[in-house]
Every structure is written in C-alpha cells, then in structure tokens.
Design a protein around this ligand. Structure first.
Ligand SMILES: [Zn+2]
Length: 302
C-alpha cells in the first residue's frame, strides 16, 4: 500500500521536476500553464496526469499529434520508483496507531512527516538538476539557489521546533524544571539536537570549497560553478558523514562510467562529461543506504 502511495506521489513530482527543468533551461516563467512545445496548444487538466495521460495518448500531443519525448514518461516513472522506495524504507516499522486524532498532533509524528517531506524535496530537486545537467550541462541558479535556501530554512525550523519542544517538555515536568538553565542539561541537549543542522552547514561549505579549489586548479575544465552550488546543497541536506560518502560515491560512479564510455568507444580520454548526474547518483545512494554503507565500512576497518 505504501509503495502505491509513494509511486503516485513520485510520478506527480516527477512531472513537476521535468517541468521545472525544462522551464529553467528555456528561461521560461515557472508560473503559467504548460503547453505543447510544437503546436503551443495549452494543455488542459486532463492532459496533465503523469504517466496515464502519456499512455492514453500513446505518447502524442492531443492537438497536433506530434510525438512527445519518451523522457517525460521515463522521468515520471523513475521518480515514482524512487519515492515508492523511500516510502517502503520509511514506513517499514510504521505503526497504524499513529493515525488516531491525538497522535496526529503529536511531536514525534510531526517530526516524522517533516523529515519525510524534506527527503522528498531533496529527491525532487536532484531529479530536476539531473535532467538539466544531462541535457545542457547546466545546473541552473534558478533551481539550485532557492533549493539551498529552502533546505537551510527548513533545517533551521526543524531544529528550532525540536529545541522548543524540549524546553516545553522540561518546563511542564516536575523534575524537568530543574534541568532548565542555569542547569547545563538543556544547553547540552540543545546542542546535540542542533548537530544535523550544524554538520549539514559544515559539510555543505566543505564540499563547495573543495569543488572551488578543483575549479581553480583545473581552470574550470570538467567542473563549473553549478557543481559548487549542487555540492553545497547535497552537503547541507545529507550532513556528516553521509554528505562526504555521497561525494566519494560520485567520484567512484563517475570514474567507472567514464572508463566504460571510453572502452565502448563513445568518448575519448579527456573529453568532458557533466559531473552533476554523478553527484545526484551519489547523493541518492547516500540518502537510501548511507548509514548501512558506513556501518559496513567501519566494520571492515576493524
Ligand atoms: Zn501539439
């Protein structure tokens, strides 16, 4: 059941991510109705069902019957699968009791939903940037800069909410009141709660600075300012150590893919391929399996 809910959420957001990518590449407004790129006919609400409209119309425009690119379908299905997977992973130990009226306003439930929405937001932005970088070797400021601000504001709000709740909880508890300042208990725990935010900011700055140095050393061959901003975004959202893991995975998948392309004779050595898609791939692997990979790695080292 969660798979289906996730898949449907995913295909809707996939269609959104595709529109976001196309409109930022075409320098079009993010607002306003979608239209057919060949006959400019405005699309109606019934043309906009992700996947279903495409299959019903057999991949053609309803008005001029020109072929619609298969990439619409691919992006929607891929994001459907990603969000379905996120849902199964998130809801694996989920208890249905959480859906009674009292618990829906409960602290844990709100945190749970908020963190899930943040992950969905992260995947959607990564998908849009994957498309733009593959199509035009571009990571548009119009997507990545607002994404960084939204991510930062959300993490701040989440942290403030958690600390505020701790304060409220302690002050409404007979013994807890003695743990409020000047007792150092509250400050110490507030700091622990702030760690994901602080680590996120630190990792984001770290990755961005690292890319910036690479650009300076290579004089901008193979990496650009867009990668710096995407690096900051992935570091912020994944934190430490998952952000660093994502970076390492990006270099690994990028290297393997480049070697495969050279062997297949599609590219020759030194030819530039966009790095953004590998940053996206590394980020997704770190998001889904980061903790498991790090556990596994640390045990090998023992
Ligand atoms: Zn048309």
């Amino acid at each position: 059941m969660w798979e289906s809910a996730g898949f449907i959420t995913g295909i809707i957001l996939g269609s959104f991510a595709k529109a976001l990518a196309d409109r930022s590449l075409g320098k079009n407004s993010f607002w306003g109705r979608s239209y057919c790129p060949s006959c400019k006919a405005g699309l109606r609400w019934y043309d906009l069902f992700p996947v279903f409209s495409y299959l019903l119309l057999k991949g053609r425009c309803r008005y001029c019957h020109r072929k619609i690119g298969i990439e619409y379908l691919v992006v929607e299905v891929v994001m459907g699968v990603l969000i379905a997977f996120l849902f199964t992973q998130t809801f694996v130990n989920f208890k249905f009791e959480i859906f009674n009226f009292y618990s829906i306003l409960n602290f844990k439930f709100l945190i749970f939903i908020f963190e899930l929405i943040l992950k969905i937001f992260f995947i959607t932005v990564l998908t849009a940037l994957f498309i733009t970088d593959i199509k035009k070797m571009l990571i548009p400021d119009r997507i990545v800069i607002p994404a960084i601000w939204i991510g930062l504001t959300s993490l701040f709000a989440l942290t403030a909410y958690k600390i505020g709740y701790l304060y409220y909880y302690l002050s409404s508890n007979l013994l807890g009141r003695y743990l409020l300042p000047p007792n150092e208990y509250f400050g110490r725990h507030a700091l622990i709660i702030s760690q994901p935010l602080l680590y996120g900011i630190g990792t984001g700055f770290g990755i961005a600075a690292f890319f910036y140095i690479i650009i300076l050393l290579t004089r901008g061959k193979g990496m650009g300012g867009g990668d710096v901003k995407l690096g900051a975004f992935m570091g912020l959202m994944l934190g430490f150590p998952n952000g660093i893991l994502a970076l390492i995975l990006s270099f690994l998948t990028g290297a393997v893919f480049s070697v495969m392309l050279i062997i297949a004779g599609k590219k020759h050595f030194g030819q530039v391929i966009p790095f953004g898609p590998f940053l996206v791939a590394g980020s997704l692997i770190a998001l889904f399996w980061g903790n498991r990979i790090i556990d596994w790695y640390l045990q090998i080292g023992r």
